[in-house]
Design a protein around this ligand. Structure first.
Ligand code: ADP
Ligand code: MG
Length: 448
């Protein structure tokens, strides 16, 4: 149990250049939050500021509603697991784990029990008398985890803890870590550059680029509802195909002359009066054929990767590369024909998502004073919403007396008791704001 709030946080190592540039983020009790992003995007720096290993240049940090800016970082009850987990080679597993209790006031008997209990939970009990060099890579990693978890911190920070492990072990450890998090009931902030790891582990994902948050959401939301082109290309494997497109006289063009037919995108561009933009197509939505029909774009099949039932095709067409996942056989170096009519996401010239309804704005009845409501509003912005305040026509009503949000879906009213509820429901606001009735509860609960 531990919750964290970062509010307008900046960090610069050199004058006039921010490596963290205005980050606001809410981390809930007991969640497994993953910070993901390319190398150099500021993930480690963010984690180190939360730990107090790095000072913030500007901004506020709260842990469990208590401002930390002027507190001694050693009072923060947290553990940090690094990529290079250095076990002490001359100490046994028992002694290595006990090391995590160095600053704890405990009787020797209590200490022994705590170490043994933790070792049991991590399946290390039989290894307590072994030395690190007698352990496998996975066991060593578990000892490092045990050392971090033994003092029962309610907040554990991980910085790419699995990136030194081989692929099989990495997948095993992912599952184990998630199980441990549930068992210990702790809040985890986990840094990785690997989006597959992020998708597999996170309750929520924060995608960072160049010191900023691009988007926050559940794995499901990040994949199915990217609000920015960078999210669409970063999340999901294999990577999405991106085409820059122009809309003229009811036709779509890319690179000047070639014509693509995609009714979904064309309709949306027309409706939003958009002339230029980007279209992102997941490899599973790009269909590839042996025959031309007149509408298809010719391309060359450069390489085929076999994954059992499915194959990943790498193709060249329109002067760029494309990826498609198919279940039919194709021969390399042969001419193929690409069909862009499948499901695609549309982004405008600024790479922001274009949706059927322009209303990605949430109207709230009043400017909140309460700290918790301000947190929610910061977080809504991370989800890609613009916020407006207006007593009439509000989508969300803050009821400070009863500490609830009331949220309107059409004429239906839903009371949200918990901060987390807001994000389960609010993702669907923009869809709900159209006249469409959608069944959101089920899918949103299932993907958590
Ligand atoms: P990530 O963990 O996402 O790879 P980091 O937080 O390590 O990114 O780094 C973000 C940026 O800050 C990078 O450009 C990095 O070079 C810079 N940086 C990190 N630590 C320092 C430091 N101690 N001094 C100067 N620059 C730093
Ligand atoms: Mg890093």
């Amino acid at each position: 149990m531990s919750k964290i709030s970062l509010q307008h946080v900046y960090k610069s190592f050199q004058k006039d250049s921010y490596v963290i540039n205005d980050i606001s983020l809410e981390i809930f009790d007991d969640e497994f939050l993953v910070l993901v992003g390319p190398s150099g995007s500021g993930k480690t720096t963010t984690l180190r500021m939360i730990a107090g290993l790095e000072e913030m240049t500007k901004g506020n940090l709260y842990i469990d509603n208590k401002i930390q800016n002027d507190e001694d970082p050693s009072t923060r009850k947290l553990s940090f697991v690094f990529q290079n987990y250095a076990l002490l080679p001359n100490l046994t597993v028992y002694e290595n784990i006990e090391f995590g209790l160095l600053n704890k006031q405990m009787s020797p008997l209590e200490k022994k029990k705590t170490v043994e209990d933790t070792a049991k939970k991590l399946s290390l009990y039989e290894k307590l008398n072994s030395y690190p060099n007698q352990l496998s890579g996975g066991q060593r990693q578990r000892v490092a985890l045990a050392r971090a978890l033994v003092d029962q911190s309610s907040l554990v920070l991980f910085d790419e803890p699995l990136s030194n492990l081989d692929a099989v072990l990495r997948e095993e450890m992912r599952t184990e870590l998630i199980a441990l998090q549930k068992m210990f009931g702790m809040t985890c902030i986990y840094v990785t550059h690997d989006q597959i790891e992020a998708m597999a582990m996170a309750s929520r994902i924060v995608l960072m680029m160049e010191g900023k948050i691009v988007q926050v959401g559940t794995p499901y939301q990040m994949y199915h509802d990217p609000m920015h082109l960078d999210v669409a290309t970063f999340m999901g494997s294999p990577e999405s195909n991106v085409l820059s497109i122009e809309h003229k006289d009811g036709l779509l063009y890319t690179k000047g002359s070639k014509i693509i037919y995609n009714q979904e995108v064309m309709k949306l561009m027309k409706k939003q009066k958009l002339e230029k933009g980007y279209m992102a197509i997941r490899p599973k939505d790009l269909s590839v054929h042996h025959q031309q029909t007149g509408e298809r774009i010719p391309g060359t099949l450069v390489a085929v990767e076999h994954y059992g039932l499915n194959k990943l095709l790498h193709m060249e067409a329109l002067g760029q590369t494309f990826r498609a996942v198919v279940d039919r056989d194709f021969e390399e170096k042969k001419q193929v024909y690409l069909d862009f009519k499948g499901h695609a996401l549309l982004f405008n010239e600024n790479k922001n998502r274009v949706l059927e309804t322009v209303k990605t704005e949430i109207v709230i009845n009043q400017q909140p004073k309460d700290y918790e409501y301000i947190q929610v509003i910061n977080e809504l912005k991370n989800y890609g919403y613009r916020i407006a305040y207006n007593e009439k026509n509000a989508d969300l009503i803050i009821d400070e007396k009863n500490s609830t949000f009331i949220y309107f879906q059409g004429k239906k009213e839903i009371q949200l008791k918990d901060l987390k509820d807001v994000f389960t429901y609010v993702h669907y606001l923009k869809t709900c704001l159209t006249d469409k009735e959608i069944n959101y509860t089920k899918s949103s609960r299932n993907d958590e």
